[in-house]
Design a protein around this ligand. Structure first.
Ligand code: GDP
Length: 136
């Protein structure tokens, strides 16, 4: 059948939440426009990276999740993303810890890199297919 670009069968809303600086805007721009922004040069590098990769962003996931479950519709699909996997040498959360947390909470989990375009596509496809299964 003929289908022009602005026609679709489903329209799903995806909301990216998490601490500031974890890469939400860039995950979105990578997925929608295949673009990545390093922002300002002064924030590139180890100094900035070590700061953003400290444990709190992972610890705060628990709070984000509680907020979601308190206020969002009960049948929403939630997925956890560990972004900046390209900064593996600065990692402060082991992949197994992210995996274990996600399993405990019943969430899908992927590590992504918006910078290197790793798993971003897959993350969106995972969450979209989970939503699709619920609504169809
Ligand atoms: P937000 O506040 O969660 O929307 O985060 P941003 O998307 O604005 O990203 C914050 C900073 O992290 C920016 O300097 C980005 O260039 C950087 N960043 C985002 N994603 C990645 C990634 O996958 N790898 C690396 N190395 N840096 C990233």
């Amino acid at each position: 059948a003929h289908r022009v670009d602005n026609e679709y069968d489903y329209l799903f809303k995806i909301v990216l939440i998490g601490d500031s600086g974890v890469g939400k805007s860039n995950i979105l721009s990578r997925f929608t426009r295949n673009e990545f922004f390093l922002e300002s040069k002064s924030t590139i590098g180890v100094e900035f990276a070590t700061r953003t990769l400290q444990k709190p962003t992972f610890d705060n996931v628990q709070r984000w999740l509680r907020e979601l479950r308190d206020h969002a519709d009960a049948n929403i699909v939630v997925m956890m993303i560990g972004n900046k996997s390209d900064l593996n040498h600065l990692r402060s959360v082991a992949e197994e810890d992210g995996q274990a947390f996600s399993e405990k909470e019943g969430l899908s989990f992927l590590e992504t890199s918006a910078l290197e375009a790793v798993n971003v596509e897959k993350a969106f496809h995972t969450v979209l297919s989970e939503i699709h299964q619920i609504v169809s």
